[in-house]
Design a protein around this ligand. Sequence first.
Ligand code: GLN
Ligand code: ZN
Length: 765
Amino acid sequence: MLTQNLGYPRIGGQRQLKKACEHYWAGKIDLTELNKVARTIKEQNWQTQLDAGVDLIPCNDFSYYDQVLDTSLLLGVIPQRYSPVLSQVKTNNEIDLYFAMARGYQKNGLDITAMEMTKWLDTNYHYIVPEFTATQEFRIFNEKIFCEYNLAKQQLGEKAKPVLLGPVSYLLLGKEKEPGFERIELIKKLVPVYVEIINRLRKQGATWIQLDEPCLALDLSKKEKEAFDYAYRVISHGVSGVKILVATYFEALLDNVELAVNLPVTALHIDLVRAPEQLDEVLALIPVHLQLSLGVVDGRNVWKNDYEKSLKLINKAVEKLGAGRVIIAPSCSLLHSPIDLELETAIDPEIKNWMAFAKQKLTEVTELRQVAEGNTALLDTNKAAIASRRSSQKAHKQAVKNRLAAITEADATRESAFPVRQKLHRERYNFPAFPTTTIGSFPQTDDIRQLRALLKKGELSLEQYDRAIEQATIEAIRWQEEIGLDVLVHGEFERNDMVEYFGEQLEGFLFTKYGWVQSYGSRCVKPPVIYGDVSRPNDMTVRWSKFAAAQTDKPMKGMLTGPVTILQWSFVRDDQPREVTTNQIALAIRDEVLALEHSGIGIVQIDEAAIREGLPLRKAKHPHYLNWAVKAFRITASGVQDKTQIHTHMCYSEFNNIIEHIAAMDADVITIETSRSQMELLQAFAHFEYPNEIGPGVYDIHSPRVPTTAEMASLLAKAAELLPARHLWVNPDCGLKTRKWPETKAALENMVAAAKQAREQISVD
Ligand code: GLN
Ligand code: ZN
């Protein structure tokens, strides 16, 4: 039985790569220095995997920015607009071209935009989207994969396995940049280059090559299925003497099982963490030549593997295929998990014993082979850890479970229907038409961040910190009053992050010190870990909302993060369905909503920034997800009296396929991101005749640019053509945390002026 790994985190245990890249961009270090850091990380990663005893070890999984962008460089898929950069950068210095594609280029009189970035399937990792033209050509443009294999071979010998995004997924994850063709049709031109690459690697000595084809586990059209079939037939004819492994992950193969197992390759990898049930079908259809890689160790979470559970899967495969055709592996690249649990010295040892990060997961893979070969001692140690987690008082709170079991439909339903509530809100607040508000946060200046750093270091007392935050809050309120906003916010100066702030105050959450995961480029995030039943020991936001409300006669909006967003941006429990964890969070946030209401706050916004990104990869699973996600929101929002106005906010505007579910959330007001799309994306709301109030963002907060009054007024006029004017609110696209004060002030002044203009010019009946 072989073991393998599919990919290893490349940021370095102390985020060395992030720092080196940022220094390189700032001109503080040169390319030699940057390459040195990269080489050390690669060599350490390989050593770690060698030491763990893994048989097939990935190379070329390292990337300075993103592995999809690496693939574009390898294949010469370089958008036309970068040609001037190509001629400016020094020969043999492709890295500047590479970073220009990733980050844009504003140097030497050039101003070229970056390539688009989007989420890597259903993870929080973002990749650079390949851009294709109708006349797209492909050729080997860059030597990275070959150099990296050479380096790996010196250290790993036969164990070095080059990894590359497969040709079909590479096309599918990209985008057509002009009309008149379908990118999948480029497969005929693309595959010969893959053949050339594989043959070069084989000549260099590679015995195994991993081609990642995550799209093989998605809903595919007939044409796309044919492309898979075609691509791998051409590859198998074009190369010999090298074993090809096709890796799928994040979903079950389902209707693509037959296609997948019949690809003319040596081995197929399947994700048995996401979809353990697919093993039976794969085993039923697998042809005699194919080897099967079992992804049994979760590459995307922080929990220790349950050996007993994995063993059942491994045994089943071994029985059918024989040990020689079985490979044990993590479910996907370990890119998505933090690096080393051993660095976490502050985690409660009982809970730490339930966890595993990337380094520990490698050991799990090799231990599982030993367990499958009869090592009962390893199995027993693992069983003890799993049992401890299952029964621990730290993870399980009967009161939380009881409360969850008692949830009824009434708990998820507002007392009266929206029209009744709307009337009460109008009487209570008497807002003008086109009421103005913001999404919550105001600029988190260096001064504010500095305060938190000083508090953490103990150089500032809590008392001093609170005074300073109060001061910032008061100033923000005075200023909002001055410019004439209708619904004020306190500014969120006291919050580091919209999930962390709540996680730190809820029970069932823990925080790591070094649990960084790459989000995009040099940006890393450190998600909280939800390890146990969630409850809310104390009020979380009341102190600041109450303080703010007391400073003004204007309505003050309370500001909370919704349960789905908290779930989505955390490492979650794998011992119960996501929806159960979400409902526990929902009850905690519901109590916070009620506490705010009780303290006199009449408007509460519950941000659900991540509802859409939680959508499952397969369409058939959407309804189930949306039902529980929407219900969780309704649980948080439905405890209040009719006269309390509930807002929600979402940082995107693509609602076409989910609009009925968004409407089912039944928020009194929803604010969304629409300014860049020129209100085009409001169509979904218009077609659906969205019944509640809505604030389509008129100010693009992702740019320092200050929009003019006229621009925003014209966006409002467009919105009023699509939706009833009396339902419209006026607000920015999202929170203003990342902006600077001068542009924020100017833009919001213009925004209030635009609302005034709309009140004069657009009739509201
Ligand atoms: N209330 C949050 C803020 O204003 C919302 C942020 C978000 O939607 N991402 O920062
Ligand atoms: Zn937002």
